[in-house]
Design a binder for this molecule. Structure first.
Ligand code: IPM
Ligand code: MN
Length: 335
């Protein structure tokens, strides 16, 4: 049988360790994937942060990449490489599902949400300047084409997953023009999908309602501008146990990059304590995207049943006592 080559961006901090766990589990599950690791140490090109050409070529050649955490400097320094990757490959839709992990108890049961985040513009456009000392402007850029493609993606996703409703999360009451454009675009696109209902909700209200009871959000695909999606996806992640358990996919027309959204955890890096679940579940999304569903099911089931198997088999962040190696072995046993 043929093999697929997939670009691997291991990432900073715990990135190497969680990537090693993925590679071991994939080898044990005999997934027909050859990993192509690339170096994404940032370079400067035309005055902007850029990804080395060899890494760009690898992703373009392979169409799919799996990515660990890349540290982002706060308040200064280079533009986040995470964002640079999204922009370089025009990964316009960030798909973030959150499903309760049976065996990992939180105050919420049966959470099953899907959020799609506009991934290229909004407050993330990186257009900022000082007007005069003590006064700065950050531009929230919203364009109709970017709204159209992410909203269309949300409707397509609803169709593909059998969800009856797309819910726009916005703040068009305040940002009448930018969020107003996002909302109006959704109303226009909705006409192309008469079988799917369109709803709209104010962001603050969604936050309140979803932490009160996430159940009504099950049959819904949420779609929203970039920053709202960043924040609301962390909130949803919190319902099921945090970023260590949630996968994500940066989707474009050609290329897709599946990534763990958590940080690089420098405090535990190199100690063999990291939890590879988010990267593993992101890789499961990747396998389904590649239509390797049998391997996806096999790995997902092994990960979830390991988490349910008891504290001695899971990592510290999940209140367990295992190190990464033990957790990985337990997953391999259950493949
Ligand atoms: C995410 C992260 C990134 C973001 C950071 C690391 C730049 O928080 O993927 O949600 O803000 O988008
Ligand atoms: Mn985030």
């Amino acid at each position: 049988a043929g093999k697929y080559t997939v670009t691997l961006i291991e990432g900073d901090g715990i990135g190497t360790e969680i990537s090693a766990a993925v590679k071991d589990i994939y080898a044990a599950a005999k997934v027909p994937i050859i990993w192509e690791p690339v170096d994404v140490t940032p370079i400067l090109k035309d005055g902007r942060t850029a990804i080395p050409d060899a890494a760009i070529e690898s992703v373009k050649r392979n169409f799919v990449a799996l990515k660990g955490p890349l540290a982002t400097p706060i308040g200064k320094g280079h533009v986040s490489l995470n964002l640079t990757l999204r922009r370089t490959f025009n990964l316009f839709a960030n798909l973030r599902p959150c499903r309760s992990v049976v065996g990992y108890k939180t105050p919420y049961d049966g959470v099953d949400t899907v959020l799609i985040r506009e991934n290229t513009e909004g407050e993330y456009s990186g257009i900022e300047h000082v007007v005069v000392d003590g006064v700065v402007q950050s531009i929230k850029l919203i364009t109709r084409p970017a709204c159209e493609r992410v909203i269309r993606y949300a409707f397509q996703h609803a169709l593909a997953t059998g969800k009856p409703k797309v819910l726009v999360v916005h703040k068009a009451s305040i940002m009448k023009m930018s969020d107003g454009l996002f909302l109006q675009t959704a109303r226009d696109i909705a006409k192309e999908y008469p079988q799917i209902e369109l709803g709209a909700e104010l962001l603050d209200n969604t936050c309140l309602k979803i932490v009160t009871d996430p159940e009504p959000y099950k049959p819904v695909v949420m779609v929203m501008p970039n920053l709202y999606g960043d924040i609301l996806s962390d909130l949803c992640s919190g319902l099921i146990g945090g970023l260590g358990l949630t996968p994500s996919g940066n989707m474009g027309d050609e290329v897709s990059i599946f990534e763990a959204v958590h940080g690089s955890a420098p405090d535990i890096a190199g100690k063999g304590l990291a939890n590879p679940t988010a990267l593993l579940l992101s890789s499961v999304m990747m396998l389904r995207h590649m239509k390797l569903n049998d391997y996806a099911d096999k790995i997902e089931n092994a990960v979830l049943s390991t988490i349910a198997s008891g504290p001695e088999n899971i990592t510290g962040d999940l209140k367990g006592t295992a190190n990464t190696a033990r957790f990985t072995e337990e997953i391999i046993k259950r493949l």
